[in-house]
Structure formats: structure tokens, C-alpha cells
Design a protein around this ligand. Structure first.
Ligand SMILES: [Mn+2]
Length: 344
């Protein structure tokens, strides 16, 4: 397992040196950006902007509506519908920060542009098995979120007092969403100390929670009803899974982000250690899979081995090119070889 500790003093000083004169800086994050991706990008954006750098945040594609209030999000350039501008920003950049991912392939259509960019790369990320494109790497799989790492990065740069209410809000968003509101195992006492400081610095925790989570539409609640109706439990493997077909999504006026958190419904059943959701995407001709676990069972490995994905120990993503029913059949055929670990 790769585990790289926070940057050493030498690296921090080199980055300080780089940042001591005005630079063209681009901040990029992964495809289908989540709260941590958007939150960390915008937190760093506000921080670097205060130093009069020329900063641009670029996401490969759009992100869910429930993130469309985060301070600064209106400035984000989406590569998929603004490729020309995004490409020239990347080409002109002196410095590119890649946040919340560690392999160019996770950046969707930006992959090619990034791989030929001449800028110095800085990676800040908490996923496993980082690639080696970055000159400066802050990679720590023990971290709750990239947002928490942005806090520590600013801390290392001796700038904790420069955290404004806007920066505190952006960081809080990703820490909250990536920890399932501070309940996942990645949540440490340090996570809570950081969050306490963010509240002191102006993050309105109650309001952030409402803006992210109390955003249901009637059709989304009804889609959740369909998902619950499709939920199957395999007691011999302490496993639960949900399927959603394209037809079911269409009936429910599906929008990006609507199925967020559905996979946790299965995991909330007593005794369940492994939960999945299989979502059909006819447009991309794939089945999108989200995997969650409790305890020792690694969904990162499971997804790497069987479903072309990966992520974290207890939370991962994957995909399949088979049909929805064939994907589920394949999944069920694999389970017996995990019977022991799922019954521990
Ligand atoms: Mn993250």
C-alpha cells in the first residue's frame, strides 16, 4: 500500500518559493466532481487568489445542483462545454494543482491536455495508489478528505490565520460530505479539531448541512422509493444491493446527483457489511457501481479486481460493460469466494 506522509519542510519551502511571485495557476479535479472535489478546489482558489495569483478552477464536467451555492463556484470552467478556454488556461499555467484524484485518467476528457501540460504539478489527494506525474505530492490515504488536506496544506504554509469564512465554508463542505457527516472511520479527533476551527473561522455548519442535504425534490424521494423497492439482501454474505435501470431513472426525472447516498441505505441494515448500487447508464453504455463496506472488507480491492474501479477501503466505485442483469449475475457469482471475510 502506498502511504505518503505530508510534505516535508523542504517541499513546503519550495512551494512557498513558487508562490512568492504571481503565477498562472490552474486547479483541476476529477470527473463527476463531488463535495470534496468542488470544496477543496474552491478553498484553494480563494486562498491563492488572496495572494494575487491568476487562478482558474476547471472541472471535467458539471457537478450536482446541491453544490451550486459554494462560494466561488460560479467562476468554475467546465471542460466539457468550454474546452477551448480550459485548454488554453492549462497550456498557459505555471502551476497546476490536481485535487481529490491521483491519476490523469480520472479527469475524463482533460486527460490528454493535462498529460502534455508543461506546468509544475502539485497533487493533493487521499486516494490509494497515486501516479507519479506530480513534482510535489501530498498524498495521504489516512485523510478523511482532500478538504482536510487543504487545511493542513495552508497550515504548513503558516497561513492558518488567512482562512476566511469563505475558505472555511468550502473546506467544511468536503470534510462533511466525504465523512458521511463525520461518521466514517476516516473521521479522527484531528478531523473534529479542524472542523471546530473552521466553525470558529466562520463556517456556518447548520446552514451548510441544510444546503447540501435538505435538497430533495419529490421525484428524487420517489426514486429513492423505487431503489428501496429493488433492494435485495443476501444474508449468507451480509450483503445488500440495489439496482436502478435507465427506465426507472427516466420515470423519475433523474438528474445528476439524485442517487447520491442511496448505496448507504443497504449498509444501514443491521448486520450488513457490504452494500452496492448498480445504476444503468444507457448513454455511456455502462453500469455504474458504487460500493460501500464496514470493517475489514475492502471494497477498493473488490472493485479493482472485478469491476474496473477502486477508491477507498470502505468506499469505492466501479463499472461494468455487461447488461444490468448480467452485471448482477456476475457479482453474485463472485460472492462465494468472499464468504469467509464477509462473515467474520
Ligand atoms: Mn475526496
Amino acid at each position: 500500500m502506498y502511504l505518503r506522509q505530508p510534505m516535508n519542510i523542504d517541499e513546503i519551502n519550495k512551494i512557498k518559493g513558487l508562490l512568492s511571485t504571481s503565477k498562472n495557476i490552474v486547479i483541476v479535479t476529477h470527473k463527476n466532481p463531488d463535495g470534496d472535489a468542488v470544496g477543496s478546489s474552491l478553498a484553494l482558489y480563494h486562498y491563492l487568489n488572496a495572494y494575487k495569483h491568476n487562478v482558474t478552477v476547471i472541472t471535467p464536467n458539471d457537478y450536482p445542483d446541491f453544490l451550486k451555492w459554494i462560494p466561488g463556484q460560479e467562476t468554475i470552467i467546465k471542460f466539457d462545454n468550454n474546452a477551448h478556454i480550459a485548454k488554453s488556461k492549462i497550456e498557459e499555467a505555471d502551476l497546476i494543482f490536481t485535487l481529490d484524484f491521483n491519476h490523469f485518467s480520472r479527469s475524463g476528457d482533460m486527460e490528454k491536455t493535462l498529460s502534455v501540460a508543461e506546468a509544475t504539478f502539485v497533487m493533493i489527494d487521499h486516494h490509494q495508489q497515486p501516479d507519479s506525474y506530480a513534482k510535489y505530492m501530498y498524498s495521504d490515504t489516512g485523510m478523511s478528505s482532500t478538504c482536510q488536506m487543504i487545511y493542513h496544506f495552508i497550515e504548513k504554509l503558516d497561513d492558518i490565520e488567512k482562512i476566511t469564512p469563505k475558505i472555511a465554508t468550502c473546506i467544511y463542505v468536503g470534510m462533511m460530505t466525504d465523512t458521511g457527516s463525520f461518521r466514517f472511520r476516516s473521521t479522527t479527533s484531528t478531523t473534529h479539531r479542524v472542523v471546530a476551527d473552521l466553525i470558529d473561522k466562520g463556517a456556518d455548519n447548520t446552514s451548510i448541512h441544510e444546503k447540501i442535504y435538505d435538497t430533495n425534490t419529490l421525484s428524487r424521494i420517489q426514486l429513492k422509493g423505487i431503489a428501496l423497492n429493488n433492494l435485495k439482501v443476501l444474508p449468507e454474505y451480509n450483503t445488500a444491493y440495489i439496482t436502478l435501470s435507465q427506465k426507472e431513472l427516466d420515470q423519475s426525472d433523474f438528474k445528476k446527483g439524485d442517487t447520491e447516498g442511496f448505496v448507504n441505505l443497504g449498509l444501514s441494515i443491521t448486520g450488513i457489511k457490504f452494500a452496492l448500487i448498480f445504476i444503468e447508464n444507457k448513454g455511456d453504455e455502462i453500469i455504474k457501481i458504487s460500493l460501500r463496506s464496514k470493517g475489514d472488507f475492502s471494497v477498493n480491492e473488490f472493485s479493482r479486481n472485478h469491476f474496473e474501479g477502486g477508491g477507498h477501503h470502505n468506499a469505492a466505485g466501479g463499472r461494468s460493460n455487461l447488461s444490468l442483469s448480467d452485471t448482477v449475475e456476475k457479482f453474485i457469482s463472485i460472492l462465494p469466494s468472499y464468504k469467509n471475510v464477509l462473515n467474520q
